[in-house]
Design a protein around this ligand. Structure first.
Ligand code: ZN
Length: 257
C-alpha cells in the first residue's frame, strides 16, 4: 500500500493518533476511490469531509450548474459562481483543499446508460442526489458491480442514511428499501418541499463518516441498517431493513449471484 510523506503524516496527525485509524487506516483512505453522485447539499458536506480526510481519489458526478437558491445549503459554492458547473467547481474546491486527492469531475447526468461506466472501479459510492429515479439506477448498478453504497437523503427536517451491500445474503439493496414505485423520473425534489441547510450538512457529514468507517474498518458493520434523523425533535433512530426475497435487483430468480 502507498506510503505517506512527511507532509501527509503531519496533515493527518489527528487521524493517525486515533487507535481506530492509525497509519494503516490513513493509508487505506489514501488507497481508496470514492464516487459522489450529486454535488448538492449532501455533497457539499460529504466532499470536503472526504477530501480533508485524504481519500485518494474522488469522482464528483453532477450535471447541474450553481443556482442562487443552492447557496443556502451548498457552502462549497460562492455567489460569484452562479451559472458555473457544480462538478467542476467542487473539483476545484477539492484541489485547493488537498493536493493529495486526485479528483475527477463529471458534468453529466447519471443514467442507466452510463452508470456502470461512471461508477466502475470505485471502492464505495455516496449517493446524495435529488431524485429517486437516479437513486434506483445507482443502487441497482452498484448491487450488480458489488460496490458498497452509502445512500443519504434530506428533505425538510428529515434525514435518512444507509449503507447497502445488496449482493450479500441477508443484506438488502436500495431497491429492497424503496420498492419499484419510484422508477419514474418525476419524483420528489427538495424544490417543492424545502430543506434546512444545516440538515443537509448533518446528513452529508454522516454519510462521509459512514464511508470512512467502511473504508478503514471502524466499528461494527452497519450494512442493512437505516439511520433516521429528525431535525425538529433532534431524535436519531436506527432500524434494520429486511432483504426483499422478491426484489428484482437482488432477490428471487433475478439474484445478482
Ligand atoms: Zn434488493
Amino acid at each position: 500500500m502507498t506510503g505517506l510523506s512527511d507532509e501527509e503524516l503531519e496533515r493527518y496527525a489527528r487521524h493517525i493518533v486515533l487507535p481506530q485509524v492509525g497509519g494503516v487506516g490513513q493509508r487505506k483512505l489514501k488507497a481508496s476511490s470514492v464516487a459522489i453522485v450529486g454535488a448538492g447539499g449532501i455533497g457539499s458536506a460529504a466532499i470536503p469531509a472526504l477530501a480533508g480526510a485524504g481519500v485518494g481519489r474522488l469522482t464528483i458526478i453532477d450535471d447541474d450548474v450553481v443556482d442562487l437558491t443552492n447557496l443556502q445549503r451548498q457552502p462549497i459554492f460562492r455567489a460569484d459562481q452562479v451559472g458555473q458547473s457544480k462538478a467542476d467547481l467542487a473539483a476545484g474546491f477539492v484541489r485547493s483543499l488537498n493536493a493529495h486527492v486526485e479528483v475527477a469531475p463529471v458534468s453529466a447526468r447519471l443514467t442507466a446508460d452510463n452508470a456502470e461506466a461512471l461508477l466502475l472501479s470505485h471502492d464505495l459510492v455516496i449517493d446524495g442526489c435529488d431524485n429517486f429515479a437516479t437513486r434506483l439506477v445507482v443502487g441497482d448498478t452498484l448491487t450488480r458491480l458489488k460496490i458498497p453504497l452509502v445512500s443519504a437523503a434530506a428533505v425538510q427536517f428529515q434525514g435518512q442514511m444507509g449503507l447497502f451491500r445488496g449482493w450479500e445474503a441477508e443484506k438488502p439493496c436500495y431497491r429492497c428499501f424503496v420498492g419499484d414505485a419510484f422508477d419514474a423520473d418525476d419524483c420528489d425534489t427538495c424544490a417543492e418541499q424545502g430543506v434546512l441547510g444545516a440538515l443537509t450538512a448533518t446528513v452529508g457529514s454522516f454519510a462521509a463518516l459512514m464511508a470512512i468507517r467502511a473504508i478503514v474498518g471502524i466499528g461494527e458493520d452497519v450494512a442493512g441498517s437505516l439511520f433516521l434523523f429528525d431535525g425538529v425533535t433532534l431524535d436519531w433512530r436506527k432500524i434494520r431493513l429486511p432483504k426483499d426475497p422478491n426484489c428484482k435487483t437482488c432477490g428471487g430468480v433475478n439474484a445478482a449471484g
